[in-house]
Ligand binder design. Structure first.
Ligand SMILES: Cc1cc2nc3c(=O)[nH]c(=O)nc-3n(C[C@H](O)[C@H](O)[C@H](O)COP(=O)(O)O)c2cc1C
Length: 213
């Protein structure tokens, strides 16, 4: 964001090379350049190069003194700046990102912007992704149904030489918030020799405790 002209140039060249839209993900500012006007200047320059879709992490990035991890937590969220961007540039596709972790919040943000990007919440609680089906008036699949689809997928990937823990690490949070969530996590974690049967046994145990899950 410190070099909007460079970003614009990159967008121009990338867009000339591909047939799909080039999108830009950015923050609301960096360090002391954290005014709304600074972000608008950035967006206008990048848009002039052909980008019409922006995903905005609603925090300033503090490049001095904070690690990337701290930069995802400490700078305060200013969702209003992203809403205002959409108001001022209704012709652009503006998506909001940062600290959003419930379907209710997603719905609230969608009153103001075109889209919501979720990062860590889906990772910590992948079932939240299933719950977003309600946004399309679709029921969420049950965890047991998700697992039933996952087993053949895992088998196919193993046959291709993929390691099971590479897949299961993304499902450690599948029972997040339910009884037995920790047991499930422990059954899957730190086990290089893990088998699909181990996973099925662990899942059956947790599903017994949560018949409606
Ligand atoms: C482990 C990890 C790696 C990330 N790497 C990138 C990255 O390479 N580029 C990027 O734009 N954002 C990256 N992010 C930030 C996310 O895209 C997102 O903006 C951020 O996590 C805030 O959204 P959230 O609160 O929904 O997680 C990363 C986030 C995490 C947790």
């Amino acid at each position: 964001m410190a070099e909007p002209n460079t970003v614009a140039d990159l967008v121009k060249h990338m867009q000339a090379a591909v047939d799909i839209p080039v999108t830009v993900k950015h923050r609301i500012g960096i360090d002391d350049f954290d005014s709304y006007e600074f972000m608008v200047d950035f967006v206008e320059k990048v848009a002039a190069a052909g980008c019409t879709r922006f995903i905005v992490h609603a925090r300033t990035a503090w490049l001095q003194g904070l690690s990337p991890k701290q930069n995802r937590e400490i700078p305060p969220l200013r969702y209003e700046d992203v809403y205002r961007l959409k108001q001022d540039f209704p012709q652009f596709d503006i998506e909001i990102n940062g600290g959003i972790d419930t379907v209710k919040d997603i719905e609230a943000h969608l009153q103001h912007v075109d889209g919501v990007m979720i990062g860590r919440a889906f990772y910590h609680n992948p079932y939240l992704l299933a719950e977003t089906n309600s946004l399309w008036n679709e029921p969420a699949p049950k965890r047991s149904d998700i697992l039933a689809q996952l087993y053949p997928y895992m088998e196919a990937q193993i046959a291709k030489g993929e390691a099971l823990p590479t897949m299961t690490r993304h499902y450690l949070g599948l029972f997040q918030g339910l009884t037995g969530a920790r047991k499930w996590r422990q059954a899957l974690s730190g086990k290089p020799q893990l088998t699909i049967d181990d996973i099925k046994r662990a899942a059956d145990e947790v599903l017994l405790l949560n018949p409606d899950a």
